[in-house]
Design a protein. Structure first.
Length: 399
C-alpha cells in the first residue's frame, strides 16, 4: 500500500494515516485516517471502507456577512461566537439585497452621524421585490426623534399634535379677535392652510373684541372673510349677538354662502341671555298718579326701585283727560338719597301727551338708557292741564 503521508502508531496497534484529501483505497479496522484539507477523521469499517467519524467545523457553514448564505442543517453557535455584520461608508448597495436568500441580512453604515441612520435590514417589499430598510423609528408629521446611546426617544410635536390638556381647554380652537367691529379676524394654532372643502372639519372658539352691530364676518388666518350666520338657514346676526370678550363656538360650513363657505353659531348667542325669548326679555317699570278727581299739580313726584338691569326702549302715557309732560330722573344703586332734577335721563324726549288718552313712543333722545338693578327712578310732573289720573310706563330690554 502506498500512503499519502506519514504512518505513525497511536497507542497499541492502532495506525493513523494522513491524506492530502479524503482517504482512498482499502483499509483494515486497526487503521484511522486524517484528511489534512478539512481536519476530518475517518475509521475503517468491517467491509474495509473509510468512514468519516469527526469534523472540526459543523456540517452547516456559518454566515459571517451578507456575501455568505446558509446551507441546510442545524447551526449551533458557542457562547463566544459573534455574528459579524457587513459594514460600509454610506447606504448599502441594492445588489446586496436583491433576492429572497438575502432577506434578514444586516448592514451598518459607519458614516452615519446618528443612531437613526446607521442600521439596515434586507426585507421583502412585495412579490419578488427586495430592498434595504432602516432599522429605526422614522420621524413623521407630529413625531420627532431624539437618539442616544441608550436608545431612541419619540416626542410629540405640539405644533401638529394636540395634548389631552389642550383638547380639554380647546386651545387649538381658540380664535382671539384682532379685527374691527363686525369684521372679526383671528389666527389659530396650528396655522390654517385653507378653509376646508368639507363641512364640519373646522371649529373655532371666537372671542370678539367688540359687540357686533348686525351682520358680521370672520377671517381666519387671512384666508378670507366669511359670513357668520345665526344658523344653517343663513340668517344674519342681530345687534349684540356677539358680545365683547365673550367666547362663542362657530362651525365651518363649506356649502353655505353660495358654496363660498360660512360660519354658523353653535353656542348660545349673546342676545339669548339664559334661553329667554324676545318677549321674555321685555321689562317695565313706572308710576301712577291719582288726584281723586282733582287736577294733578305740577311738581308732584312718584318713585320706584327697578329690581333688574335693562336698557330703556320706549315709554307710554295714559291719562283720563287733559295734557301732561313728565320728566324722568334716575339715581344710581349705591346712592342713599332720592333722584333729583340733576339726575334727569329723558333728555328732550320727555314722556308727554297732548291729545287723546293713550300714547306710546320710542325713547330716542334719552341721554341715558341704561338702568342698573336696584336703581331708583323718579317721575316728576313738569306740566299738566286738566289731568286727574296719570299712568307712566317705561319699557326696556332686560340684560
Amino acid at each position: 500500500m502506498i500512503f499519502a503521508a506519514g504512518l505513525f502508531a497511536q497507542g497499541g496497534n492502532t495506525v493513523m494515516l494522513t491524506f492530502a484529501g479524503a482517504p482512498t483505497g482499502t483499509c483494515a479496522q486497526v487503521m484511522l485516517a486524517r484528511n489534512d484539507a478539512t481536519g476530518g477523521i475517518y475509521s475503517c469499517t468491517a467491509a474495509g471502507a473509510w468512514q468519516l467519524i469527526s469534523t472540526v467545523l459543523p456540517a452547516t457553514s456559518v454566515k459571517t456577512d451578507q456575501s455568505n448564505t446558509y446551507s441546510t442543517g442545524t447551526q449551533s453557535f458557542a457562547s463566544a461566537t459573534a455574528l459579524i455584520v457587513r459594514t460600509g461608508s454610506g447606504a448599502p448597495a441594492a445588489t446586496g439585497c436583491d433576492a429572497a436568500a438575502e432577506i434578514g441580512s444586516l448592514y451598518m453604515n459607519t458614516a452615519a452621524t446618528n443612531w437613526t441612520g446607521s442600521l439596515y435590514e434586507c426585507v421583502q417589499a412585495g412579490a419578488g421585490v427586495y430592498g434595504w430598510q432602516l432599522v429605526a423609528p422614522v420621524a413623521g408629521a407630529g413625531i420627532s426623534i431624539t437618539a442616544a446611546a441608550t436608545g431612541w426617544t419619540l416626542l410629540a410635536d405640539t405644533a401638529v399634535m394636540e395634548s389631552r390638556a389642550g383638547a380639554q381647554s380647546m386651545t387649538s380652537h381658540s380664535c382671539i379677535d384682532a379685527g374691527a367691529n363686525d369684521t372679526y379676524a383671528c389666527d389659530i394654532v396650528p396655522a390654517l392652510a385653507a378653509y376646508p372643502a368639507t363641512t364640519n372639519l373646522l371649529y373655532v372658539v371666537l372671542t370678539p373684541n367688540t359687540a357686533n352691530t348686525g351682520a358680521a364676518s370672520l377671517n381666519v388666518q387671512g384666508k378670507g372673510a366669511k359670513p357668520i350666520y345665526k344658523n344653517a338657514d343663513g340668517t344674519d346676526l342681530a345687534d349684540n349677538d356677539l358680545r365683547a370678550g365673550i367666547p362663542i363656538l362657530l362651525k365651518w360650513d363649506a356649502g353655505s354662502n353660495s358654496g363660498n363657505g360660512a360660519f354658523f353659531v353653535e353656542g348660545q348667542l349673546g342676545n339669548a341671555g339664559s334661553g329667554a325669548t324676545a318677549n321674555q326679555k321685555i321689562g317695565s317699570f313706572g308710576a301712577t298718579f291719582d288726584g281723586g278727581g282733582a287736577s294733578l299739580v305740577v311738581g308732584t313726584k312718584a318713585y320706584t326701585r327697578v329690581p333688574f338691569a335693562c336698557t330703556v326702549t320706549s315709554w307710554s302715557v295714559i291719562v283720563d283727560t287733559g295734557t301732561v309732560t313728565v320728566d324722568v330722573w334716575r339715581q344710581a344703586t349705591a346712592a342713599t338719597d332720592l333722584p333729583a332734577i340733576g339726575d334727569e335721563i329723558a333728555g328732550t324726549d320727555h314722556p308727554a301727551i297732548a291729545a287723546n288718552n293713550v300714547v306710546k313712543a320710542a325713547a330716542g333722545a334719552w341721554t341715558s338708557k341704561a338702568i342698573a338693578a336696584d336703581d331708583v327712578v323718579a317721575f316728576n310732573i313738569d306740566a299738566a292741564s286738566g289731568v286727574t289720573y296719570l299712568q307712566v310706563v317705561i319699557e326696556c330690554d332686560k340684560s
